[in-house]
Write a protein that binds this ligand. Structure first.
Ligand code: ADP
Ligand code: MG
Length: 542
């Protein structure tokens, strides 16, 4: 037709399509999970939009419909959701918004085969999985609050078209023209099995057309509302994978109901491993807020950002269903829920920390994120301090501040730390020679955030935390435990000569008790930034 517009895909989409279609071929059925998830998201978003932006209300019987048509060889997913305007079709289905193809393909290469399907969810490229089973995809959509409808269509080969269309109600139809070898996905029973497997936790009803009749595809039960005793570990895991776009098992599952002043149910998970998409990139907690089962938003900041790796749902009775965006920002209810939920997660971490081996896996994955709280959250600083684990110059594995303090030598006034980029390099550093020789333990810190937080958490259990690269040392109270070589040479002539030669570069040259095998080391002034901080500042060009 004359109004048909042709567009090339954004540069990265072509390559991405290729990746998705080939890398995930053995897991083709997940296309249905992704399309159903998109449809359910769209319904949730329309419900929220109707509250916050004068979009028309969602019909009360709103559901996602799946319609297989064997004769036409099409599979259609139809939803009464928010819909997409013309520019949104082009933007959402024609470009890659969030993460680049390179990050995605690198993660695909790193992932084990059974981990791959979850990646497309994590990277927000689920829609393209439709091309695993279809050689042509048509998306007809009408944005809620507008009259126009448009059809986006593509064969997944470098371009897509946009053409005006008609749709009686807001929402979206995704029509898949199935590939010759994808017959199985036109069988209602096969579809039903997949939907039950993947979509049982979606609270929007899903209806499947089977023999001319609509059958329910999902139970739509809110798992978190069921009693703990009736939920199996497998059900918890399946739900975790659904909300967290994950493939592993949760390291911790917290399911509780708060009653009394504040009424809410929470089902939260600490992942078993670090997600591929670095948690460093996302800043805000994505824990989902529901009001009386109904999904409201995943941007309510239900946990502080230093707990943003926690996934799950909080469902409350204490907010009205028609809560608006403004109300969400202003209501004290959310602040109280946030405090309660944060305290619960911290106490769970504290109790799980007793199992050192298991806690080490958690610490390795999320310790660096947790430490951000030391810097930015004065209220929880002491709680977090108890959860910290460190590598050490004196012991294998990980140690806590409390364990360190219990090993401190009589007369030792400070907790010694050495911060750098790499623990092995720190272990070999000249900076710790003198401490090691005297049996003084030094904590070795090598996470990015370690340069910063000691400025805020500057003591523990009454003991100051001190970077050993900072200030003058006084180790004279401690006798070296290992035999020293030659008696100290007389340096009275050398010192002034060195001072003169280096006068433009250093402020002082001193004899140091810290050295055993090495001849010299660099030290930072007592008041200013320590050596690692100076290094970071130089790297940042300051
Ligand atoms: P993600 O869902 O992770 O954002 P997808 O590739 O699955 O990534 O979808 C891309 C975007 O396309 C979605 O974020 C959404 O804005 C839009 N979209 C996809 N399907 C629908 C739909 N049925 N209704 C409305 N918008 C949709
Ligand atoms: Mg999606």
């Amino acid at each position: 037709s004359e109004t048909l517009e042709r567009h090339a895909f954004g540069a990265e989409v072509g390559r991405l399509l290729d990746l998705v279609v080939h890398a995930l071929y053995s897991e083709r059925e997940i296309f249905l999970r992704e399309l159903v998830a998109n449809a359910a998201d769209a319904v949730d978003r329309r419900r929220f939009a109707a509250l916050t932006e004068a979009a028309p209300a969602l019909p009360p019987d709103a559901k996602v419909r799946i319609l297989p048509d064997k004769a036409a060889r099409t599979l259609t997913l139809s939803d009464p959701g928010i819909g997409m305007a013309k520019d949104e079709l082009a933007q959402n289905l024609g470009t890659i918004a969030r993460s680049g193809t390179r990050a995605f393909s690198q993660s695909l290469a790193d992932a084990k085969p059974d981990e791959r399907p979850s990646l497309i969810g994590q990277f927000g490229v689920g829609f393209y999985s439709a091309f695993m089973v279809a050689d042509r995809v048509e998306v007809t959509s009408r944005r809620a609050g507008t009259e126009e409808a448009w059809t986006w269509a593509s064969e997944g080969q470098g371009e897509y078209t946009l053409a005006p269309a008609a749709r009686a109600e807001p929402g979206t139809d995704v029509v898949l023209h199935m590939k010759a070898d994808a017959d199985e996905y036109l069988e209602p029973l096969r579809i039903e099995t997949i939907v039950r497997k993947w979509a049982d936790h979606i609270t929007v009803p899903i209806a499947l057309l089977r023999d001319g009749e609509e059958v329910s595809g999902n139970q739509g039960t809110a798992l978190w509302r069921r009693p703990k005793s009736e939920i199996t570990e497998d059900e918890y895991t399946a739900f975790y994978r659904h909300v967290g776009h994950a493939f592993d098992k949760p390291w911790a599952t917290l399911h509780w109901r708060a009653e009394g002043q504040l009424e809410f149910t929470a089902l939260l998970f600490v992942p078993g491993m670090k997600p591929f998409l670095a948690v460093e990139e996302e800043r805000e907690s994505k824990v989902r807020l529901h009001v009386r089962r109904m999904f409201i938003t995943d941007a309510a900041g239900l946990l502080p950002s230093w707990l943003r790796f926690v996934q799950g749902v909080v469902d409350t009775e204490d907010l009205p269903l028609n809560v608006s965006r403004e109300m969400l920002q202003a209501t004290p209810v959310l602040a109280r829920i946030r405090r309660a939920v944060t305290a619960k997660v911290l106490s769970e971490l504290k109790s799980r920390a007793k199992d050192a081996e298991s806690y080490a896996t958690f610490w390795q994955a999320f310790g660096p994120v947790l430490k951000e709280g030391l810097w930015e959250d004065a209220e929880h600083r002491q709680d977090i301090a108890g959860l910290l684990r460190f590598r050490s110059s004196a012991v294998e594995g990980l140690t806590s501040l409390a364990d360190y303090v219990s090993r401190m030598k009589p007369g030792q006034a400070a907790i010694y730390i050495l911060v750098g980029d790499d623990v092995e390099a720190l272990k070999a550093s000249a900076q710790i020679e003198g401490f090691r020789a005297r049996g003084l333990e030094v904590l070795l810190l090598s996470d990015h955030v370690d340069a910063f937080w000691p400025e805020r958490l500057d003591s523990h259990d009454g003991k100051p935390i001190r970077s050993i690269t900072q200030g003058a040392d006084d180790l004279s109270a401690f006798e070296p435990e290992t035999a020293q070589g030659d008696a100290p040479a007389d340096l009275t002539a050398l010192l002034p000569a060195l001072k003169e030669a280096l006068k433009d570069d250093v402020s002082d040259v001193r004899v140091s008790q810290r050295l055993v095998d090495s001849a010299v080391l660099l030290s930072a002034p007592a008041g200013g930034p320590d050596l690692q901080m100076q290094r970071l500042m130089r790297r940042a060009g300051r």
